[in-house]
Design a protein around this ligand. Structure first.
Ligand code: GAP
Length: 503
């Protein structure tokens, strides 16, 4: 799956194994694969898409439906140039680009330095990067020459011309967030003018990454789940007593800037201490607490593999006042990696849009006029999908099988139904059971190959329960349920099947 631009930086055999399962079984593959594919563009097959749909549904329920005054909208991902002048993306959304003078290969200067010198180059200026490349005589990864044009900033947005004149400039949105800022005034008025107001979007974002790599980490087209929480800035440290008392009981798993740099650890801190010692406002802590719950209780990530990492001023996105990344420990990479972030964007976007559009975006609330502040809960969906494939994957050599132990709510297929053989009334009974279960959940019917092979195939795509219909089923109306994780089998009556499976 590698091409000239590389999938680079990925460690280990498990990534190769997972990739081969993904291709073979229908999780994902490179887009336009029959034409050789294109780095940074992937398509989901039926299993990958269902996994993604399941993530979307859990996100929607947890962040939108179960929350007061939070709504989901849909946005247009082609947006006019003025939007990105206002948001600052046209000026600031840049990566450092370097070009080899000999072979004209172009790539990211900071990643080039990081890969070769094993230092963090994300905070360096263009001059510092140029100096490091020259001083260390770094060689072009493509032709090995060491003669480069000076690194320069490259804007990561994809330009689009709207209409036939070619003069009407637009861009593919590099984040879904702008859709929520553009909708804010209308939603505020349509939802009875109350704050805090949450506007969420599940949608596509586009970035012309210079060097797409590490599978779903640097894509050119990807999906985001973003929630913008609009609130009165005077209330940022002022939660109602009941909510504050509730979250005070919790500890957060964090890696603050005052800890020694590590890609592998976190500390556990009481919410109160984060408020007092680390000066994190209460409304921000509420969002962190929600996010930790989502990962540990809803997505069921192992507790020791989740943390928030604080970003310093140089690392933060240009629009952020406070920024903690949401990170998960990947076995593939043997370190914590970013899946999302909680961003205190303040009034950066609404003020920018008010200035450029000349529309008044102030609200009248709490007996005063002001521009609301925003805390953004931003997640990259594709990176989350990759995290599921890493975290829930197991290779059991002793049992000669590979499994995805997905939680039931994420599993693309929950149940498989097998007739033991294709005769003696078994296929008819199996069809009947398949139809009964299909009304309630995702079910797959498999009647090819030996029963052992069918179990292995089901394990490999994360099916939780396999139901086998055999000779006894016809006689005594019972079936076998086999559990994916324990491989234990039990015999149950067909009439009790739904109850036994909890569906
Ligand atoms: N609205 C804020 C925002 O877009 P970001 O940190 O640039 O912030 C948020 O992106 C998340 O989107 C990231 O944490 C990551 O999960 C995902 N993301 C960003 N760029 C990506 C890319 N090129 N490929 C895949 N996912 C990406």
């Amino acid at each position: 799956m590698e091409n000239k631009e590389g999938a680079g930086g990925v460690k280990g055999d498990s990534m190769d194994l997972i990739t081969s399962i993904a291709l073979k079984r229908g999780f994902f593959w490179p887009s336009a694969e029959i034409y050789g594919g294109k780095a940074g563009l992937f398509s989901y097959g039926h299993l990958g898409k269902t996994l993604k749909n399941n993530f979307d549904s859990l996100w929607r329920k947890f962040f939108i439906e179960d929350n007061k005054n939070c709504y989901e909208i849909e946005y247009s991902s082609i947006l006019p140039e003025q939007v990105f002048i206002a948001s600052g993306h046209l000026e600031n959304f840049n990566d450092p680009l370097i070009e080899c003078k000999k072979c004209h290969f172009r790539f990211r200067a900071d990643q080039f330095i990081e890969d070769n010198l094993k230092i963090n180059a994300g905070e360096k200026s263009i001059e510092e990067m140029n100096n490091l490349i020259v001083k260390n005589k770094l060689k072009c990864p493509n032709c090995k020459a060491n003669d480069f044009d000076s690194a320069k900033w490259f804007n990561m947005m994809f330009p689009v011309q709207i209409g036939a004149t070619g003069k009407d400039m637009a861009y593919l949105a590099p984040e879904t967030a702008q859709g929520a800022f553009l909708a804010f005034k209308r939603e505020f008025e349509a939802t009875r003018k109350k704050l805090p107001l949450g506007i969420g979007i599940l949608g596509k974002a586009f970035r012309n990454e210079i060097s797409p790599r590490q599978m779903f980490f640097r894509l050119r087209e990807f999906s985001q789940a973003e929630l913008q929480m609009f609130f009165d800035p005077d209330e940022v440290n002022n939660l109602d007593e009941k909510t504050w008392k509730e979250i005070l009981k919790e500890d957060l798993q964090v890696f603050p800037q005052d800890q020694k740099d590590s890609k592998k650890k976190f500390i556990t801190i009481k919410i109160d201490e984060l408020n007092k010692k680390y000066k994190i406002p209460k409304f921000y802590l509420l969002q962190m607490s929600k996010m930790q719950k989502f990962y540990l209780e809803i997505l069921k990530f192992p507790k020791d593999k989740f943390r928030f990492r604080e970003l310093n001023e140089k690392e933060r996105a240009f629009y952020n006042k406070i920024h903690w990344d949401i990170e998960v420990y990947f076995d593939f990479f043997d370190e914590f990696k970013e899946l999302g972030g909680i961003h205190y964007r303040a009034d950066h976007d609404l003020s920018g849009h008010q200035k450029i559009s000349k529309e008044n975006l102030e609200v009248f609330y709490n007996e005063k006029k002001f521009i609301p502040h925003v805390i953004e809960l931003s997640l990259g969906i594709d990176r989350n999908i990759l995290a599921f494939l890493d975290l829930f994957f197991k290779e059991e050599k002793q049992n000669d099988r590979t499994i995805f132990s997905f939680p039931d709510t994420l599993a693309p297929i929950l149940i498989s139904v097998f007739p033991l053989v294709n005769k003696e009334g078994m296929p008819e009974k199996a069809e009947e059971i398949y139809n009964m279960l299909k009304e309630k959940t995702t079910v797959f019917y498999d009647d090819s190959a030996s029963i052992g092979k069918r179990y292995r195939r089901a394990d490999e795509i994360g099916v939780k329960y396999c139901i086998t219909i055999d000779g006894d089923t016809i006689k005594d109306k019972t079936v076998t349920i086999r559990d994916r994780d324990s491989m234990k089998q039990r015999r149950v009556k067909i009439s009790d099947l739904r109850k036994e499976l909890g569906i």
